[in-house]
Design a protein. Structure first.
Length: 134
């Protein structure tokens, strides 16, 4: 929704352009140029969620995040999300989707593919299974 695109612009200190498509392009440019700075401003607990999602391939069933606060309003520009999951969503670092997993549809937390690898590098996440066993 436009409200969420505008909320992400607000969280990333982007002065929004007139058209939604232009705002989305601005967000992508900001992610490409300033992802480390964006992550540096995120509190520890939301970063733990990002690491958890990345260690599971970039997506995770939403119910596995039930211990984290996800309270947030629809109106991100007037009421900036302050919850753990809301902070990630309002910075464009995670999105919630319904997607098929093992033949069933699940509500899922997903890190956008176009920023996933860069977040891994910045947070020094190694997805190699053998590394996790050691």
């Amino acid at each position: 929704p436009v409200e969420w695109v505008n909320g992400i612009c607000k969280s990333l200190s982007i002065k929004p352009m007139a058209r939604k498509e232009e705002r989305i392009r601005q967000i992508k440019n900001k992610m490409d140029s300033s992802l480390k700075e964006i992550l540096d401003k995120i509190p520890k607990e939301p970063i733990e969620i990002l690491k958890n999602v990345l260690e599971n391939g970039g997506y995770l069933k939403y119910n596995l995040l039930k211990n984290y606060n996800d309270e947030m309003s629809f109106w991100w520009t007037s009421k900036t999300p302050k919850s753990t999951i809301g902070i990630l969503r309002s910075h464009g670092l995670i999105t919630i989707v319904i997607m098929p997993l093992n033949g069933k549809m699940y509500k899922t937390a997903l890190i956008p593919l176009d920023i996933r690898e860069n977040i891994k590098k910045i947070l020094e996440i190694n997805n190699d299974f053998q590394e996790r066993l050691n």
